[in-house]
Design a protein around this ligand. Structure first.
Ligand code: GDP
Ligand code: MG
Length: 209
């Protein structure tokens, strides 16, 4: 753990969901390391990393879970969504099925208390505008119907990341989980971790995806 972090620092569990190939692992990589690699490496099961961010001058520990979209791993997902604080549900703006499947992903979240979790709908691959098959308005409408955060981004170029994370998500964390600067609604007690932001930069364990 980063030496600046104490056990009292709030921790939030953030999980990436969405069809295989929509860019979940690349989004995580862009968010953690500000890099993008074209080379495709399917995530096996679940990958876990962490990052410290500051909200209201307090260090916040984000625990980031990257899931695999393959059906055979889907049965594992409820174990991780059960105590999630933040769910990032990703589709690919150049893949209609990945957008249509969002409803099924939501239906699968039977064990999630939607009033307590922050849910973001993310339209990735915004750079592929020539191949776009999902309009921004469609994504926006879907998110608004459910009262979720919405943002189109590109893991390749980094477009939209600042709006998604720093403007929308961190602001929502501030108002929803910490209205008076208190502890988050859930604490993660059942896992140990030893990767912080610095370690992520050094890590050669995985490239992207
Ligand atoms: N053009 C473009 N390609 C992307 C973007 N994000 C991911 N990809 C590509 O999409 C493929 C799947 O990405 P990956 O992160 O492994 O998807 P995952 O299965 O959801 O984790 C890879 O070939 C990536 O290079 C993006 O923003 N733009
Ligand atoms: Mg992946």
């Amino acid at each position: 753990m980063n030496s600046n972090m104490s056990p009292e620092n709030p921790k939030y569990k953030l999980i990436f969901l969405g069809d295989q190939g929509v860019g979940k692992s690349c989004i995580l990589n862009r968010f953690l390391n500000d890099t993008f690699e074209e080379e495709y490496q399917a995530t096996i099961g679940l990958d876990f990393q962490s990052k410290n961010v500051q909200i209201d001058n307090q260090d916040i520990h984000l625990l980031l879970y990257d899931t695999a979209g393959q059906e055979k791993f889907r049965s594992l997902i409820p174990m991780y969504t059960r105590d999630a604080d933040i769910i990032l549900l990703v589709y690919d703006i150049s893949n209609k099925d990945s957008f249509s499947n969002l409803s099924q992903w939501l239906k699968d979240l039977t064990n999630v208390n939607m009033d307590e979790v922050i849910l973001c709908i993310i339209g990735n691959k915004k750079d592929l505008s020539g191949n776009r098959v999902v309009n921004e308005e469609e994504g926006q409408k879907f998110a608004e119907e459910h009262d979720f955060i919405f943002q189109e981004i590109s893991a390749k170029t980094g477009e939209g990341f600042s709006d998604l994370f720093y403007k929308q998500l961190f602001e929502k964390i501030r108002t929803k989980f910490r209205p008076s600067g208190q502890q988050p609604v859930s604490e993660i007690n059942d896992i140990k971790f030893n990767i912080d932001q610095e370690d992520n930069k050094k890590s050669t364990k995985r490239k992207c995806c």
